[in-house]
Design a protein around this ligand. Sequence first.
Ligand code: PEP
Ligand code: MN
Length: 268
Amino acid sequence: MIFEKNIAEGEKLVNVCGVTFGGAGLVIIAGPCTVESREQMLESASAAKEAGASILRGGAFKPRASPYSFQGLRAEGLAILAEARERTGLPVVTEVLDTRDVDEVAAAADMLQVGSRNMHNTALLKAVGAIGLPVLLKRGMSATLQEFLYAAEFVLSAGAKDVVLCERGIRTFENATRFTLDLSAVPLLKERTWLPVVVDPSHATGRSALVPAMARAAVACGADGVMMEVHAHPDRALCDGEQSLTPESLFKTVEGLRAVALAVGRRI
Ligand code: PEP
Ligand code: MN
């Protein structure tokens, strides 16, 4: 398996336009759930930058539970993301949902995201892997760690050199949170693979009040990065407002993470 090939040599560093996953640095990925408009994306992007994020996120193609919910701005969203990258100088990660959109999304992104609902979509994993861009692979909400690693293997065996794994919570009987954040996945994955591991406390908890604490816990247990959603007006967000931090709370959260990072020998 490629995912375990270099395990004796230690961790692999994944480079996204000069931002390094793995090693001593801790990567903060921040941005809105969804690109809703130019103004909203640019506002969130500058909040992400100000807080200390080094990668911007934002979905132009959205996986939604209902076909009647907003599905994303698609090409227009990608153009807005390009402008946000230009203005902030931060590289962009964005999700691709469909094999037919891979080329279009890859032309606009610095890192391709495969979301939880597509972790088992082997056609998409192969298409994304063949492009050669770094890939942020999110754990399926009901996937075992073995299945997660095999999904990474599909991407790597298709040609990608750089894959970052993202723990984003799994389905359990508990419904007080949106999902259950499986933080033991972080050290377990690090035992089995050389791939960097990041944690998404936003989708895991579904509640912005819980995000700072779970982000700190993620850093404490050895994550190489944290991905968080931010929105200037969470109450008006078209998607995932309940779990989105305000720009102020994102700033404070990252401040809190710096102290934890220092305690585990990392820096932001
Ligand atoms: C996202 O990060 O935009 C997303 C939809 O998350 P997930 O695939 O983990 O649900
Ligand atoms: Mn979201």
